[in-house]
Design a protein. Structure first.
Length: 106
């Protein structure tokens, strides 16, 4: 294994559950959730939360039509929230969350 590949792998231990998680860059184990529209993003989960498909991830409040209701954003895949976008202006395609998925112990 090359040094670059070794450096790209990060092994994280979830202190509560002692689960092995691995993130590779790029990787299919790092899942991303993207904004579908423009507005102010309001997250509903914290870093470290376990999430499942259909769970509320947050809402995007439209700024081009304040009379329009916020658009609910739901997770499409399960995982552990590794990072999230700060509550701020969001454009379509902006990454809102990165999720880590479990990996079998070697």
């Amino acid at each position: 294994m090359s040094e670059a590949k070794k450096r790209s792998e990060q092994h994280l231990i979830d202190q509560a559950g002692q689960q092995l998680l691995r993130s590779k860059l790029p990787s299919h184990w790092v899942l991303r959730e993207y904004a579908p529209c423009r507005g102010i993003f309001e997250p509903c989960v914290e870093i470290g939360d376990s999430v499942h498909p259909g769970q509320c991830a947050g809402a995007i409040h439209p700024i081009d039509g304040p009379h329009r209701p916020p658009q609910a954003i739901n997770f499409t895949r399960p995982g552990l929230v590794a990072c999230r976008r700060f509550p701020a202006l969001t454009n379509p395609g902006d990454c809102l969350f990165k999720l880590l998925s479990d990996v079998e112990r070697p």
